[in-house]
Design a binder for this molecule. Structure first.
Ligand SMILES: [Zn+2]
Length: 235
């Protein structure tokens, strides 16, 4: 929990914005005054540990990513916003990005009936994909598996919604987990690829046209390898 107060948080926010604004070249936003041209629509969790910069090389990206966030990266909770990115801005990539140690997923696996009505409603949207927890399993691995099941579930919903765009080659839907805990043993901060246009896990074809341009090294680093076991986890 933060030690900031409302007053100190406001002061910090405005001071950080002052630094940001003062450091900008005067022409920084000239090219985006009248339109945005993102190439990724990302649906990810609200969790403050998930950094959008994790997949952007630019220090100050201006219009590369159309971002939608809610707890547990749920499509059904925000279809209109995702539609805007996919159907109006025509981003060629829809990234559904879960993350390790997601509190929303953990909450959806527990008894959340005492939460507020609207929080219960949002957690209900996660309960179906994540409920199948093995009580005798390693808690960390079961948690990660629930995160993965939710990513696959959200990808399935997205495939149903945007199937025609995937079929005509104008959109790829990828499901990933942002790993800041090194549970996949690829290093902290790595984005692990779980689902590609509805293909999941070991069934993902490395020879598909979508992945063909990627190097073997990149695929080895990014593609999920099942199963992750408690023996292989490391934090
Ligand atoms: Zn989360």
């Amino acid at each position: 929990m933060t030690s900031e107060t409302p007053s100190s948080a406001l002061q910090k926010m405005l001071a950080d914005n002052q630094t940001f604004a003062e450091d900008l070249p005067p022409d920084e936003f000239d090219h985006i005054q009248h339109e945005q041209n993102p190439y990724i629509t990302v649906l990810t969790c609200c969790d403050s540990r998930v950094r959008i910069r994790a997949f952007l090389a630019d220090e100050q990206p201006s219009d590369d990513v159309f971002v939608i966030r809610n707890i547990g990266n749920q499509l059904a909770a925000t279809c209109g916003s995702v539609d805007f990115g996919v159907r109006h801005l025509h981003t060629p990539l829809l990234l559904i990005l879960g993350h390790t140690r997601c509190g929303a997923i953990k909450a959806a696996c527990s008894d959340y009936r005492g939460e507020s009505l609207h929080l219960v409603q949002e957690l209900n949207g996660l309960h179906l994909p994540v409920r199948d927890i093995d009580p005798n399993g390693d808690p960390e691995i079961e948690w990660l598996r629930a995160v993965e099941r939710n990513v696959h579930y959200q990808c399935d919903l997205a495939m149903q919604r945007y199937r025609e765009k995937v079929a005509d080659g104008s959109l790829a839907i990828v499901g990933c987990v942002y790993d800041f805990a090194n549970l996949y043993q690829r290093g902290i901060g790595r984005i692990i690829l779980l689902n590609v246009n509805g293909e999941s896990g070991p069934d993902i074809s490395r020879d598909s046209p979508l992945l063909a341009p990627l190097s073997k090294e990149m695929l080895d680093l990014s593609l999920v390898r099942n199963p992750i076991t408690s023996a292989s986890k490391s934090t």
